[in-house]
Design a protein around this ligand. Structure first.
Ligand code: SAM
Length: 205
């Protein structure tokens, strides 16, 4: 992660506000309740997914999150969670867990920001049990050439403002490159088209 005052002290608050809106809550509700067993959440952020886990189905949540200010912002939701949550302050490109050790990986609005998303997906595949699944909701490349063109044009500025977030990543292609088989839905959610094309569903190793 790049390290400067804006990204450490301001951006996590902005992301928390944007990612906490109704549209994002709706998307989280589409995927997070399907999590079971031992869960690894990639980029736990400020813990906005925590209220959507089913305590009857999930035994523990390991939250991988390199940003320490996000740990602080997540604290209230972690304390309120009926499911035990353990934070790991590391990056997804090198997950400190044994092979085939988790039942579910959850990754929402994080593949856009991870510097090497294919390496991170390989790691998610490594730690998932063979019958496990990766649940995801992500924004990314729009199918229309005109919108994608604007995503590419805005990317250099957007990446700087949004902590390395990419508007234009081809999410299904990232899964393919990492050897996942994804079953997904896609489409525009509320908001300007360049920011609002989303992919959500599950991927299996
Ligand atoms: C847009 S936020 C989304 C947070 C949360 N997943 C959510 O759905 O609200 C992106 C998150 O990815 C985290 N992140 C960035 N690089 C990462 C990496 N290499 N490994 C794991 N998480 C990373 C950031 O710290 C940030 O919390």
């Amino acid at each position: 992660m790049r390290d400067n005052w804006y990204e450490r002290q301001v951006l996590p608050y902005l992301i928390h506000v944007v990612c906490g809106t109704g549209t994002f809550r709706h998307q989280r509700r589409q995927v997070v309740p399907a999590a079971v067993g031992e869960v690894l959440e990639i980029g736990l952020g400020t813990g906005l997914n925590l209220p959507f886990y089913d305590p009857a189905k999930v035994s523990r949540i390991l939250g991988l999150e390199p940003s320490l200010i996000s740990h602080h912002l997540a604290d209230r939701r972690i304390q309120a969670s009926p499911i035990p949550v353990e934070l790991i302050a590391l990056s997804a490109e090198s997950i400190p867990l044994p092979d085939q050790s988790v039942d579910t990986v959850v990754c929402t609005y994080t593949l856009c920001t991870i510097p090497d998303p294919v390496a991170a997906l390989h790691e998610m595949k490594r730690v998932l049990k063979p019958e496990g699944k990766l649940l995801f909701a992500e924004h990314g490349k729009a199918p229309q050439a005109e919108v994608f063109g604007w995503q590419n044009r805005l990317q250099p500025v957007w990446g700087k403002l949004a902590g390395g977030c990419h508007l234009n990543r081809d999410i299904p292609e990232l899964f393919r490159q990492a050897g996942f088989h994804s079953t997904l839905q896609q489409g525009y959610v509320k908001g300007p088209k360049v920011f609002s094309y989303q992919y959500w569903g599950e991927a299996k190793p």
